[in-house]
Design a protein around this ligand. Structure first.
Ligand SMILES: Cc1cc2nc3c(=O)[nH]c(=O)nc-3n(C[C@H](O)[C@H](O)[C@H](O)COP(=O)(O)OP(=O)(O)OC[C@H]3O[C@@H](n4cnc5c(N)ncnc54)[C@H](O)[C@@H]3O)c2cc1C
Length: 461
């Protein structure tokens, strides 16, 4: 489909809507909005706009829709799959100035925010009221971007992903129409669940401007453990047993040996360089958590742990978990000039040991350098396979390794992406993962966005 360009005529109309200070065609601004945190090729938009209201977005979308100009919503650009890269140019709508917390409904455990609010700042604000929003992708993501990708992170096993927290939202459709989906009830059987349709839609169906989120109470007490094993199999078998035991960890993370090594170096730590689990529990008292701790220790002992370091309380938790954060940065710093292909498969928990094992075999067979870690408790395996995207033959090997790992995950009944979204990089797996229902997804896209202006080149090939 041929797209229209942003000409002087459109720029004049846009200026009339937002004024010249909230739009830019400056080189550095276009560059900043032409890339995310992935290896995918940069592509500059033609203009970046910072709207303040749904009405402004509606007027801009009307113009874009009439003239078939691509529009890509932008949160903080921290995606790992090229999700916000405007591959067809056009307009980027940067939502970062729509960053107000609109209302806190403390007694209902709900908050209504504009899409550009950074979730870490939201949690800082909520902590004053003893509340929090649990999905935690680590990077400085916006709520709109988290809804766009259905982000989750380390606490999904206990609390759920972003989709589990969205109660209602305001959306500007490609036609410019503003609609509201959902309600303030925490349960509802009322018709199609349109909120869930927009969660994970990666900006391909419309622009989300306001979101009401369900919240939970801040945990009163924390318990954490770092458990080190002789082999990957023992560590991952322990994961699957902990999850089957009825225990409810708030986080259960796995790091393989190269990942522990790289984190040790980057953060100047002295962890044993063996396969490692990071475990966290939330509870109402230290006493209750002690029982959980004993139980976890017993399970890990059955899998012959090498070292078991644990503690109760927030400070102990922070001490023990120091190594888990910044894994991505540790790897990046350790490989100047190289980029990672980021694997984000998720499988049923019983298959977790198999997918980790398979990933290691694929790397070995192809002689590639890679790191395996992830949100093991929710069956989510990340691997970062290192290479140079510009060196075609070598990068092809990296891509083939990625395909082999994702294919195995799909055979296990899993998914190509547990939390990063499809973006550009995972489109090739859509048919295999969804079969005939992919056609239904395309029909929904065509119904809502018949001119294909919203974030083209994503999700579908
Ligand atoms: C170091 C690092 C670690 C990470 N760890 C995790 C992790 O553990 N778990 C995890 O889930 N993710 C993780 N991520 C990925 C990333 O942070 C998330 O995908 C996050 O949700 C992206 O948010 P963002 O605000 O940067 O959105 P962007 O990257 O700007 O956009 C994301 C997508 O949503 C669309 N979008 C943005 N705003 C809107 C809107 N208002 N309306 C409609 N569509 C919109 C965009 O077009 C794009 O398709 C990590 C990233 C980094 C760099």
């Amino acid at each position: 489909m041929a797209y229209g360009k942003v000409t002087d005529r459109e720029l004049e109309s846009i200026r009339g809507i937002v004024g010249s200070e909230r739009m830019s065609m400056g080189e550095s601004i276009l560059d900043l909005h032409g890339k995310d945190e992935s290896f995918h090729r940069k592509r500059r938009p033609e203009v970046v706009i910072w709207p303040l209201h749904a009405q402004e977005i509606g007027e801009i979308l009307k113009i874009a829709n009439e003239r078939r100009i691509p529009v890509t919503p932008w949160g903080a650009g921290t995606s790992l799959e090229g999700n916000p890269i405007p591959v067809e140019g056009g307009i980027v709508l940067d939502l970062q100035r729509m960053n107000h917390i609109l209302s806190l409904m403390e007694e209902d455990l709900q908050v209504c925010v504009e899409a550009g609010v950074i979730y870490k700042e939201l949690n800082q604000y909520l902590s004053r009221y003893g509340l929090f929003f649990p999905p935690d992708p680590g990077a400085a993501a916006t709520i709109g971007g988290m809804v766009g990708n259905n982000a989750s992170g380390i606490r999904t096993i206990k609390y759920g992903a972003t989709k589990d927290f969205v109660l209602n939202m305001t959306i500007v459709l490609p036609s410019g129409e503003i609609v509201r989906a959902g309600s303030n009830a925490i349960k509802s059987s009322s018709g199609y669940d349109l909120c869930r349709l927009f969660v994970g839609s990666e900006g391909t169906l419309g622009v989300i401007t306001e979101i009401t989120l369900r919240l939970v109470g801040l945990p009163a007490e924390f318990m954490a453990a770092v458990v080190q094993f002789n082999s990957i199999r023992e560590a991952t078998d322990a994961v699957s047993q902990i999850m089957r035991s009825g225990l409810r960890p708030a986080a259960l993370e796995f790091l393989d040996i190269p990942t522990v090594q790289v984190v040790n170096r980057y953060k100047n730590l002295s962890l044993e360089e063996t396969p490692t689990l990071f475990i966290e529990f939330h509870g109402i008292s230290g006493e209750g958590l002690k029982e959980d701790l004993e139980w976890v220790k017993e399970i890990c002992a059955e899998h012959r742990y090498l070292r078991f370091d644990s503690g109760i309380g927030r400070e102990q938790r922070n001490r023990l978990w120091e190594a888990r954060y910044e894994v991505h940065d540790s790897i990046k710093v350790n490989h100047p000039g190289l980029s990672p292909l980021v694997i984000d498969t998720a499988v049923p928990i019983s298959k977790y040991p198999d997918i980790v094992d398979w990933g290691q075999k694929v790397l070995k067979k192809r002689g590639l350098k890679g790191y395996a870690f992830g949100h093991a408790g929710s069956g989510n395996l990340h691997m970062e396979i290192m290479g140079i995207p510009e060196e075609e033959a070598q990068w092809q090997k990296v891509l083939e390794a990625g395909e082999e790992i994702v294919s195995f995950a799909l055979e296990c009944g899993g998914t190509a992406t547990g939390e990063h979204g499809i973006g550009i990089g995972k489109r090739k797996f859509m048919k295999r993962e969804h079969g005939d229902s992919l056609k239904l997804m395309k029909q929904i896209k065509d119904l809502l966005d018949p001119n294909g202006i919203m974030n083209p080149g994503k999700i579908f090939e």
